[in-house]
Design a protein. Structure first.
Ligand SMILES: Nc1nc2c(c(=O)[nH]1)N[C@H]1C(S)=C(S)[C@@H](COP(=O)(O)O)O[C@H]1N2
Ligand SMILES: [Mo]
Length: 563
């Protein structure tokens, strides 16, 4: 304090002296300086652009080369996929909460933004004799290559897209910077003003050369990227195959949906979820494209008979059709990560009965075409429930994003421990020997679905009444069923809701309750819902987060009652 007080007058005194001091005169702005400044700014932009274009080449060429290697082997997708896999649980929940099903475009946009910024810095840092930008590209390539080589399905060849891409990027960066070197040298410190090129002389020539070289780099980057993406047309072939695939004919049809299963309250969840509206949750940045020709299920581990099933083997078996509700463990109380579909599939219990499974084996570790793993209790596949290798969803072959051509569907278990999409490998093992993808990341090993109930109408914060207000929604406790749903207002008494017809214990059950709102109730009101499952257990009010075994708690919404 004291020191500050003492020094202040001194500083002031010094400042007051300054008018008498001789200061170097600021050079007067001349007309000639303005273009020079503009040129300097343009030069900085050009330098930044060389970095961005070079990075574009890395990604474009990487994408093109990846076609020859494997669909997900390009550095861009490898980094994205690794980010998804390494993301801590809270980041995963944040991404799902914030971006819902746009979480992947959001991730790609984020990665692209980071790349653009770093690439611009690399461009600014690069000099002919001090290739700092090239070193940055090289370091970025090392990250991409590490990501590619550590993908579950990677082979040594997965380094190739990054290596070739980075080589192309560095060569282009050096070439582009060379054209700028001519231009920047004379404006540097100590440059002899006499040697400055007059406009239209050397300057015009080097500018033209810069645009030619950088234009070529941009064209190659875009063409390589577009070519790579379009050559990745295997995906397209699979899409075309799916469009013409014939569904197996099913003798064992799903029971017809009785009238009264859908309550038809506008805004409330329909009993069957149409495919385009079915929630999608997986770690796949690019949807695996597996044709029925390529598809195989390798069965091994603690079985007496190892075998490999192909599409024709599957088609020779007897399919069934069932309606089953799927739910994601990441669903928050009141959330929408649940859907109900009519599935056609091959009963897993029939197949397992043929395998001579070691009774010591209590886990089926299933793996998808992209290396994702799921651990399912063998007991829940053989206890008589309709666990199946599904091939159709709501009357169509599985949509690619829902697991084409074959996925698992198991009533009563959350998706991450049961619903393997693009399933290609079955290993019979034990829970004390193996861990699946999400279990390794802190989620549960066995995860039966928790009882949940949801208010679909009215919307939270809606304005309602006075008069009769229909409150409606859905509730689920797969494989136990829903026995009751109750609603209350402002912590008042619980009112039993009217339940829709029960289709089966493996599906959700819709409900409604008519709330008579008096004008005297004007103001805000809290609606709360709870369900009782088929075992008579009332949904717990205790609020727990989704991790590790699914969220619990009663949903409440606040609405405004009109006067
Ligand atoms: N191959 C693969 N299968 C997967 C997943 C995945 O990430 N990869 N996610 C699981 C999870 S967490 C859920 S909730 C269900 C979702 O299935 P859906 O996307 O068809 O709704 O798929 C399961 N099967
Ligand atoms: Mo999930």
């Amino acid at each position: 304090m004291a020191a500050e007080n003492d020094s202040a007058p001194i500083r002031r005194r010094r400042r007051s002296e300054s008018p008498n001091m001789t200061r170097p005169q600021e050079p007067a702005q001349t007309d000639a300086d303005r273009p020079r400044r503009g040129r300097r700014a343009a030069l900085l932009c050009a330098r930044a652009a060389t970095g961005i274009l070079a990075a574009g080449l890395v990604l474009g060429v990487g994408e093109l080369v990846s076609v020859a290697v494997a669909p997900n082997s390009s550095p861009f997708f490898a980094v994205g996929a690794t980010t998804v896999d390494r993301a801590p649980a809270w980041a995963r929940e944040f991404a799902i909460d914030t971006f819902a099903t746009n979480d992947k475009p959001a991730l790609f946009a984020g990665i692209a933004l980071v790349i653009v910024v770093l690439a611009a810095v690399a461009g600014l840092a690069e000099r002919p004799r001090r290739p700092a930008g090239s070193v940055m590209l090289f370091a970025g390539g090392a990250v991409g290559m590490y990501a590619a080589l550590t993908r579950p399905e990677a082979t040594a060849a997965w380094a190739a897209p990054t290596v070739v891409g980075v080589a192309a990027g560095i060569v282009a960066l050096r070439l582009m910077q060379k054209t700028l070197a001519h231009e920047s040298a004379p404006t540097g410190v100590g440059a002899d003003p006499a040697s400055l090129p007059t406009p239209g002389e050397r300057h015009g020539v080097s500018r033209r050369r810069f645009f030619a070289v950088s234009g070529a780099a941009a064209a190659v980057a875009v063409a390589a990227w577009a070519g790579g993406r379009s050559l990745g047309a295997h995906l397209r072939d699979v899409v075309a195959e799916r469009a013409h695939l014939r569904l197996p004919s099913v003798a064992d049809r799903a029971a017809p949906i009785p009238p009264g299963t859908d309550i038809d309250v506008p805004g409330s969840t329909s009993f069957i979820t149409p495919n385009p509206r079915f929630y999608r949750i997986d770690t796949a940045l690019q949807v695996p494209a597996v044709s029925t020709d390529e598809w195989q299920l390798r069965i091994h581990g603690m079985v007496g008979r190892e075998r490999t099933l192909d599409w024709d083997d599957l088609a020779a078996r007897t399919p069934v059709e069932r309606i089953i509700t799927l739910t994601c463990v990441s669903n928050e109380v009141g959330g929408s990560l649940a859907g109900n579909a009519t599935w056609i599939g091959y009963p897993m219990r029939d197949l397992i009965a043929e395998l001579d499974v070691d009774p010591e084996s209590d886990m089926l570790l299933s793996t998808s075409a992209d290396g994702f793993t799921v651990g399912t209790p063998v007991a829940s596949l053989t206890d008589g429930r309709d666990a199946m290798l599904a091939v159709a969803m709501n009357g169509a072959p599985l949509p690619l994003e829902h697991g084409y051509p074959v996925r698992q569907v198991v009533p009563g278990l959350y998706g991450f421990v049961s619903a393997t999409k693009w399933v290609v490998d079955w290993e019979f093992t034990r829970f004390d020997r193996a861990q699946a993808y999400w279990t390794r990341r802190g989620w549960g090993a066995k995860a039966p679905i928790k009882t949940a109930s949801r208010i679909d109408v009215p919307d939270a914060f809606a304005t309602v009444g006075p008069g009769r207000v229909r409150v409606a929604g859905t509730a689920w406790a797969q494989h136990r069923g829903i026995a009751a749903v109750e609603v209350r207002v402002d912590d008042g008494p619980w009112h039993p809701a009217t339940l829709a017809e029960e289709y089966s214990i493996d599906t959700w059950r819709q409900w409604f309750w008519d709330w008579d709102v008096a004008a005297a109730d004007a103001g805000s009101a809290t609606l709360q819902v709870r369900a009782t499952d088929g075992d008579g257990v009332v949904q717990t009010p205790e609020r727990t987060p989704p991790i590790p075994g699914g969220a619990t708690g009663w949903q409440s919404i606040v609405v405004t009652v009109r006067e």
